[in-house]
Design a protein around this ligand. Sequence first.
Ligand code: ZN
Length: 246
Amino acid sequence: MSDQIIKYWEEQLPVFDKIKALGFNRYINTLPDFSRAFMLKDNCLRCIDEGTPGGIRLAGSGILLSENEAISVLKNAGVDGIYSHEECGAAKLYAKENNLDPNQADKYGQDWAKKLAKKFNIGYKGFLKITEMARPSGFHIARVAYYDGTGKFNPDEVKGLPSGFVISRRYLNREYALKEMGIAISIALSDHGFGELITPAEPFFLVPIGDLNDSKMSLEELTKELQPLTEKYQKRVIIDGFAATI
Ligand SMILES: [Zn+2]
């Protein structure tokens, strides 16, 4: 593992020491800007990748869904523009699942986002290059995956909230949302993520964000549905969420 990666890991340790001591729910109350976490600047669709913050989030901007399934999510979430991005793990997975060339994954990601935007009659907002993204090339720095029952969450708006994958659970069915969470975990624990640095003492956090106004998206429900995903990782992956009013 390179020195650069160790540096990204070490930089985050003080925040995770606090989160481990307090739990997420108490930790967020120590952050003065926390209410900004629920003020999306736009409703554009982006990837769950921690490097593409903001808006509504779907792995590869929905490339793993059928066109009809994706359109239904877009309607439901009121999406008004679509981005694609460089080094997309979901586009690579799409290539593998469809026996296509994984080296062309970024092109498939772009083609998909353009096609979906056209079909739904909204703007294609462009291809985010790795140099414009909020993570280094070739590497994921996320120690957290947020499972967002509110559909409004953006950790990058709040100083002190760790960077992480965001899954817009509110607009997805349970089975597909869990598939996306599985992808986030497997990236984080692979050699494209912190991998073996993640241990029971320094775990990867699944963070359900419950909506206090919606019993179907409650913290309890979301925590329960994530539980089976953690079992095989023997405490290297833990669940620690919070509930919000928005
Ligand atoms: Zn992506």
